[in-house]
Design a protein around this ligand. Structure first.
Ligand code: HEC
Length: 198
């Protein structure tokens, strides 16, 4: 009888230990909840194809950047995009500062996240950031926050071109925002996602 009790106790302990063990649930890059409220917009990039992009970062990252540190593990940056409003002649409408006026959102929101403990399951792509870059990429639908189905290899291919700023294209804008608190405005006269010199 006592043996049965001990065996039961062992099974119970094992089960409890398994439950208590920290489970790593993150698969891939998640879209940070409420990023428009909880993150800070540091830059806006307008492009000649009448698109507007707004970039957000967590306040903790700004503190680190202000303190002169490199982008730490845990850094998350979100970029969302909009079409500019177009007038009857098909030209983008400009505001008093000669900037585009935000129209309807573009369906995907892109996220980049740095962490040291990614597992193979966290990647849907074969490509990785080069060198010591612990970055992973995610794409989400604008409205539902559900994953947007696109090939994430393209993200790595493009961002791998900028290792000198830790794979973050807008790092110079982030630095200036961290110093000045002014949302950085940048106009790029190339369409699509081809990088402009910052
Ligand atoms: C063709 C090149 C290209 C591809 C492909 C690309 N990006 Fe980017 N990405 C850029 C450029 C350039 C910027 C800077 C903003 C701008 O100029 O529009 C940027 C900016 C970003 C930013 C803001 C941080 C930063 O690097 O400045 C995030 C987040 C981001 N991209 C995520 C993604 C994700 C996720 C994917 C894939 C789903 C992706 N990107 C694919 C070129 C690319």
């Amino acid at each position: 009888m006592i043996y049965r009790f001990i065996i039961l106790l062992i099974i119970l302990c094992a089960a409890l230990t398994a439950c208590a063990a920290p489970e790593r649930v993150t698969i891939g890059v998640l879209l940070p909840e409420g990023y428009r409220e909880n993150f800070v917009q540091y830059a806006r990039v307008d492009r000649e194809d009448a698109t507007i992009r707004e970039l957000y970062v967590h306040p903790d990252t700004l503190e680190q950047v202000r303190a002169g540190r490199v982008l730490a593990d845990g850094t998350i940056i979100v970029i969302e995009a909009y079409h500019a409003q177009i007038d009857d002649q098909g030209e983008p409408i400009l505001d008093s500062e000669a900037r585009f006026v935000k129209g309807i959102p573009i369906e995907k929101v892109h996220v980049i996240e740095k962490r040291p403990d990614w597992t193979a399951a966290d990647f849907t792509s074969d490509t990785r950031t080069t060198g010591a870059g612990n970055w992973n990429f995610g794409s989400y639908q604008f409205d539902s926050n559900a994953r947007f189905d696109e090939d994430l290899n393209a993200c790595f291919h493009c961002h791998n071109a900028t290792p000198e700023t830790d794979f973050v294209y807008t790092y110079p804008l982030l630095l200036t925002f961290a110093r000045t608190g002014e949302v950085q405005y940048f106009y790029c006269d190339i369409a699509g996602r081809i990088a402009c010199e910052l």
